[in-house]
Ligand binder design. Structure first.
Ligand SMILES: NC(=O)c1ccc[n+]([C@@H]2O[C@H](COP(=O)([O-])OP(=O)(O)OC[C@H]3O[C@@H](n4cnc5c(N)ncnc54)[C@H](OP(=O)(O)O)[C@@H]3O)[C@@H](O)[C@H]2O)c1
Length: 346
């Protein structure tokens, strides 16, 4: 049985509560009997799924509209963020991942909040060239144009300035997270797992050998709560797990489901790049905000060490086989209707 998590007992304000990570975090906070206020654009069935939480409807950018709900001693878990989806505009990344983050961190400090938990991403520490990166790596511009990464880097730089001014910010940098998701906020790796469990063919690009650190959502959520209780203000913690390539991941998933291995197809990266570029041009996507950038992300190694979180806050990593098996079990009920319709179709 998992060790009980320490609790500060402080009331909590959560942004991004409707999202993939947000829902898992709410569940963990309610298990600790914490008083939770969630700032959401759209309620999306949250009050039915999590009775007892208080819901404030607001865009996270409208900080003046909801900052009166901040209280002295409160913890803010700021998860709301604009994800790296092709077609998102640079301006949107900036307004949410930089401007709203800073405005909320300042408002939280002004209200006397005890902790501002800034959820960023391990990708800010760059691509691995040889050894896995850690929190000591100097921040550098991304190796390729990326509106998402640029906004995350700028957000972290600005948050570091607030830390210098004495604001009680702890930054958490999850790697690429997987785990059970919900249809309205699909997790990229869970979607990939569903595909792998449904089809006999798995597709990788350019051999799919580039490794990236993947983290199980339960570990990341435990890490967030441990960092709230034990993390030092001003510190940054990478929350990661295991280094696997797309090719390895695609073998581990059927193994966790005790399914037969799939047939593999590797599509040349140059061919995907031509199609991605064409699609970006047709759709008028900004450079750094389209399918070509998604391919650039896929083509790099993104490996990180979590040793600071392990020694500093007691972060733990679930064995990959166990984490995948738990995710497969949770995804199974969602798979059933798909399998039935495929069987009917012959
Ligand atoms: N999942 C990962 O692998 C991963 C890895 C590293 C870091 N992170 C970071 O962790 C955070 C949560 O990730 P996630 O996977 O849970 O993402 P997600 O499923 O896309 O959820 C994003 C959340 O942010 C909210 N949001 C976005 N823009 C908003 C706005 N303008 N006003 C109010 N709410 C807004 C969304 O609300 P709606 O429901 O209204 O859309 C949603 O609740 C993000 O900051 C992400 O960058 C995630």
């Amino acid at each position: 049985m998992a060790e009980a998590l320490p609790s500060t007992g402080a009331p909590v304000l959560v942004t991004g509560a409707t999202g993939f990570l947000g829902r898992h975090l709410l569940r963990a906070l309610l298990r600790q009997n914490r008083r939770v206020v969630a700032v959401v654009r759209d309620e999306a069935g949250l009050s039915a799924a999590f009775p007892g939480i208080e819901i404030i409807r607001s865009d996270v950018r409208d900080v003046a509209g909801y900052c009166s709900r901040l209280e002295p001693g409160m913890t803010v878990f700021h998860l709301a963020g604009t994800r790296a989806l092709p077609g998102t505009r640079r301006e949107e990344f900036r307004r949410v991942n930089v401007d709203a983050t800073l405005a909320l961190a300042r408002a939280a400090a002004q209200a006397g909040a005890g902790r501002f938990m800034h959820i960023s991403t391990a990708l800010v520490y760059g691509c691995a060239s040889g050894a896995p990166a850690d929190e000591t790596v100097p921040l550098r511009a991304p190796a390729f144009p990326s509106g998402y990464l640029e906004s995350r880097l700028e957000g972290l730089r600005q948050v570091r300035n607030l830390v210098v001014q004495g604001l009680p910010v702890v930054t958490l940098c999850p790697t690429i997270v997987f785990g059970p998701d919900t249809p309205d906020h699909p997790n990229r790796l869970a979607r990939q797992m569903r595909r792998l469990l449904r089809r006999r063919l798995d597709v990788v690009i350019g051999g799919g050998a580039q490794r990236r650190t993947v983290a199980f959502v339960d570990d990341v959520v435990r890490g967030m709560i441990l960092a709230e209780a034990r993390g030092a203000p001003g510190e940054e913690y990478i929350l990661g797990g295991h280094d696997v390539s797309p090719r390895e991941f695609n073998c581990l998933v059927p193994a966790a489901a005790r399914a037969t291995p799939r047939l593999r197809l590797s599509v040349p990266a140059w061919a995907v790049r031509i199609v991605a570029r064409g699609a970006d041009r047709c759709r008028g996507f900004e450079r750094g905000c389209g399918y070509e950038t998604a391919l650039d992300m896929y083509s790099q190694e993104w490996c990180y060490r979590s040793s600071k979180a392990v020694s500093g806050i007691g972060y733990g990593v679930t064995p990959i086989g166990q984490a995948l098996a738990e995710t497969v079990r949770a995804l199974a009920p969602q798979q059933a209707p798909v399998a039935e319709s495929e069987a009917r179709a012959g």
